[in-house]
Design a protein around this ligand. Structure first.
Ligand SMILES: [Zn+2]
Ligand SMILES: [Zn+2]
Length: 349
């Protein structure tokens, strides 16, 4: 049973998932060299190195079949597979109890899954084809629905850590999905802003931003249903966000057409980023509304943070970011490169 707990800072709303199981020095994350010589547990043929997959998508005669591993057997020939993380940051059961402020803690209850998003160890996210993105997004949508059907789940996070500088546990391209027993502070803050604007003006502030940035100096690319732009206060060089153009609170209700279109913009923008900045490490995270009954709704979107420079005392100490590339300059470069990628993908170059 997990010894992790969710602690809140004495004074602020900062949350920390604290592990209490590894005394005697820094965790393995700080010693990446130890793992270098080992076989990749995410590569085809090594499926037995991971727990059995609940979902293994397999392509058979042009259509996708959803299969799952039956221990000790493993499904072969998969294009995406999802299984419980062996080193989870949250667990369905916990031995921890609650404690009161100022030393507030609660059990770190939840689910933690790994999605291996391609069988190809060395394929960068910037090179995934549209079909692969569609497979991944459908799988994410599916599993997220399952997460929200579980007891005690208040919020589900889907994200990518790509490259060691972005905190990736393995070099093989993968995604993570974790659930939390409460909303993350940043999502709470976004939801509060949306709620206040709705109450005061009757409009979604995120729809306002989509309109404001559309065709402006920070605009990168638009498809039928989505827009990408560098945010006004980009904290990272070449940071960009992807929003549905129309007001949409739930990622789970995306139609197949919208999933295809999201695949197109993800492929084009991540491809464009790698043209502009090389094969950089990045974090990508979904900001969605909770699917549990709550008034805390947001206009869902995706945020991408390239990790070109490490954080300094300012970022870590007081939450002020230093960004050497203005979002306007970044958008100009990204727009050129993302348009090239889009044209290439659509076969009109
Ligand atoms: Zn691999
Ligand atoms: Zn909106």
């Amino acid at each position: 049973m997990s010894k992790r707990e969710l602690r809140r800072d004495y004074f602020t709303d900062k949350l920390v998932l604290v592990g209490k199981g590894s005394p005697g020095g820094p965790s393995r994350d700080l010693k990446p060299d130890k793992k270098k010589s080992k076989a990749c547990p995410f590569c085809p043929g090594n499926e037995n190195m991971t727990p059995p997959a609940d979902v293994a998508l397999v392509e058979r005669e042009g259509s996708l079949i959803k299969m799952s591993d039956e221990d000790p057997d493993r499904v072969k020939g998969w294009v995406v597979r999802a299984f419980p993380n062996e080193s989870p940051v949250v667990t369905p059961e916990s031995s921890n109890t609650f404690s009161e402020p100022p030393i507030y803690s609660e059990p770190a209850l939840g689910y933690d899954y790994v999605f291996v998003v391609t069988p190809e160890h060395k394929l960068s996210f910037s090179k995934f084809d549209i079909n692969q993105w569609t497979n991944i997004l459908s799988c994410v949508q599916d599993k997220m629905k399952w997460f929200y059907s579980q007891k005690g789940v208040a919020y589900v996070l889907a994200y990518i850590n790509y490259g060691a500088a972005a905190g990736a546990e393995q070099p093989h391209p993968h995604m993570r999905m974790i659930s939390l027993p409460r909303l993350p502070p940043l999502i709470e803050a976004e939801a509060a802003s949306v709620q206040q604007s709705m109450r005061t003006w009757g409009t979604c502030p995120m729809c306002t931003i989509v309109n404001l940035e559309s065709g402006g100096p920070r605009h990168i690319l638009s498809t039928d249903h989505f827009i990408s732009f560098c945010p006004w206060a980009s904290a990272h060089s070449f940071e960009f966000w992807i929003f549905p153009k129309r007001h949409q609170t739930s990622f789970l209700r995306l139609s197949q057409k919208e999933i295809n279109d999201l695949s197109l913009i993800l492929r084009s923008t991540l491809g464009g980023l790698s043209r502009s900045a090389g094969d950089v490490a990045f974090n990508l995270i979904f900001h969605t509304s909770s699917e549990k009954k709550t008034t805390k709704q947001i206009h869902w979107h995706i945020e991408v943070y390239p990790r070109i420079k490490d954080w300094s005392a300012l970022e870590r100490g007081v939450g002020i970011f230093v960004n050497e590339t203005s979002p306007e300059d970044a958008a100009e470069i990204l727009q050129r490169d993302c348009k090239k990628e889009l044209a290439e993908v659509l076969g009109i170059s």
